[in-house]
Design a protein around this ligand. Structure first.
Ligand code: BV8
Length: 237
């Protein structure tokens, strides 16, 4: 029996769409309503912190709505992690908490998390479910005015890049789910792996990088992800 390959899964907003969270670049997406330059850059935060806090406070509060829950695709990835005999890492671009709530553990949020906050004065980060504003006191250094969402904005270095690069270097299978392939460095992972790992895209529509993948399965995540995971486990375990 061949040894089971290491797997790296990359997810984007499309995996959370059927849980009721908007994607970014679909016609009804987040960036159709607000501009990246106004809410998702360090310059925007310096210029108008109240507006940026308001944008993230609304998205953080949405995660506590009863209707927003992990869907069958999130659950299938948690089951794959539990059953997979080889190395496994789930890299998400998403800032929601649906992968954790589905039971995923070997998980990194390369763009940060809505449910964490960071102090720009002392750099401490904490789990955070409440609204943030410019008066919020840092629980660590107790200074006001320095709290920000623990989110990676455009122009900022994504988190966990060393761990992600190490996992990509040794993986034999790369599965990209629910991402349009517009944002780097995440969109560049598949090009790094060409010829070194099997690459597959599970997405509603072909992504910007579709031609770079060995295989593609198009359809809604709650249908194509559980079916793909079942086939993978039947083949390798
Ligand atoms: C950085 C937090 C320096 C905010 C986000 C080349 C190299 C390095 C950087 C760059 C580069 N070229 C350009 C850059 C700069 C920039 C960039 O990529 N710009 C783009 C717009 C051109 N990148 C950066 O600034 C990054 N940092 O470069 O640092 C550096 C880096 C490396 C090394 C040295 C130096 C930081 C990027 C992170 C920005 N922060 N998120 C927030 O969330 O509020 S990114 C933002 O886009 C979102 O958070 C999201 O995570 C991310 C990707 O979007 P997707 O998840 O793909 O969502 P999208 O709507 O686009 O697509 C959804 C897909 O799902 C669609 O394909 C759709 O068909 C599909 N779908 C829909 N419904 C379903 C479905 N699929 C299945 N089922 C369904 N039901």
């Amino acid at each position: 029996m061949l040894e089971s390959p290491g797997i790296v899964v990359l997810t984007g907003a499309g995996i959370s769409r059927e849980s009721g969270l908007a994607t970014f670049r679909d016609p009804d997406g987040v960036w159709a309503r607000v501009r990246i330059e106004d809410v998702a850059t360090p310059e925007a935060f310096a210029r108008d912190p109240a507006r940026v806090h308001g944008f993230y406070n609304a998205r953080r509060a949405q995660l506590d709505e009863p209707a927003v829950a992990p869907n069958a695709a999130h659950m299938a990835l948690a089951a794959l992690e539990r059953s997979w005999p080889g190395a496994f890492l789930l890299v998400t671009q998403n800032v929601d908490d649906l992968h954790e709530r589905a039971g995923s553990r070997r998980l990194v949020h390369m763009h940060g998390e809505l449910k964490r906050a960071r102090c720009t004065r002392c750099e401490a980060t904490q789990a955070w479910s409440a609204p943030l504003d410019t008066r919020t006191l840092c629980p660590s250094c107790v200074m006001p005015g320095g709290m920000r969402p623990d989110i990676v904005w455009f122009g900022e270095m994504p988190y966990h890049m060393d761990r992600i690069s190490a996992a990509l270097a040794r993986c034999g299978l790369f599965v990209s789910i629910g991402t349009s392939g517009n944002v780097y460095p995440a969109a560049g992972f598949v090009a790094e792996l060409r010829g070194r790992a099997e690459t597959v895209e599970l997405n509603l529509l072909p992504s910007e990088g579709a031609a770079l993948f060995d295989d593609a399965i198009h359809g809604p995540a709650t249908e194509v992800v559980p079916a793909y995971v079942a086939r993978l486990l039947a083949r390798w375990t």
